[in-house]
Design a binder for this molecule. Structure first.
Ligand SMILES: CC(C)(COP(=O)(O)OP(=O)(O)OC[C@H]1O[C@@H](n2cnc3c(N)ncnc32)[C@H](O)[C@@H]1OP(=O)(O)O)[C@@H](O)C(=O)NCCC(=O)NCCS
Length: 200
């Protein structure tokens, strides 16, 4: 089967979680960093297609779904939905825990889930959409990341969305080089990340 890009289907959800974990340590495999393999996906993959399946696109080859872009068109509204509809079940399921000091980082993600406060950032007004993109190594550097962002950008433009933003780990040099090639602008530091924006 040729490599294809298509809109999200509900059966893709487990693969999205897998890809998220396998690229989740500033693009490297994060499997050894988490005892619970689903936590990263609960934050950075799953909620997007559940909230708005029309803004997720996946890459499929013979081995299955190996890449995706997930997004929201309205970050302000999405953050309120996270707080009222997505996180409450996860807060009940995952109690706050301390650092077990064994190198695992579940406690950090659980704290993010519990302490999440919806924001109203300036960038939400100029670039309301927000996205995450990840491809497994076998699918990287083949033009698929660019095509995923084109598919997303076309859909967002059709909805009248003026811009898109994201955060990239400052350690992820390959990711930063990619976004630069695609035309994203560096809008400065944001915690340990860089805030990048793209006009649509
Ligand atoms: C970053 C990522 C999405 C890029 O997608 P991709 O399909 O590999 O990139 P493409 O092949 O579409 O490349 C598009 C352009 O970016 C450049 N580029 C892509 N990856 C690059 C890298 N690691 N270093 C330098 N340039 C890079 C390409 O050379 C290309 O430039 P060109 O159009 O001028 O020829 C993908 O490699 C990936 O998922 N990496 C692991 C997870 C990750 O880092 N996600 C982002 C987290 S914020």
């Amino acid at each position: 089967m040729p490599v294809t890009i298509r809109p999200f289907h509900a059966s893709d959800l487990a693969a999205l979680y897998r890809v998220c974990l396998l690229t989740g340590d500033a693009s490297a495999d994060a499997t050894d960093l988490y005892r619970n393999p689903d936590l990263l996906g609960h934050l950075y993959a799953g909620p997007y297609p559940i909230a708005d399946p029309g803004l997720t696109f996946v890459v499929v080859d013979d081995l299955g779904v190996g890449g995706y872009v997930v997004a929201t068109a309205d970050s302000y509204r999405f953050e309120r939905w996270l707080d009222t509809s997505w996180f409450p079940v996860l807060r009940a399921q995952h109690a706050l825990v301390g650092d077990p000091r064994d190198g695992t980082r579940d406690h950090e993600l659980i704290r993010q889930i519990h302490e999440f406060v919806p924001a109203d950032k300036a960038v939400f007004h100029t670039h309301p959409a927000h996205m995450h993109i990840d491809l497994l190594p076998r699918l990287q550097r083949r033009g698929l990341g660019r095509r995923l962002i084109e598919s997303l950008g076309d859909t967002l433009r059709d909805r009248g969305v003026p811009g898109l933003h994201l955060g990239v780990d400052a350690r992820n040099e390959g990711g930063i080089a990619f976004y630069d090639r695609i035309g994203f602008q560096d809008a400065g530091p944001s915690g340990g990340a860089r805030l990048l924006t793209l006009g649509l």
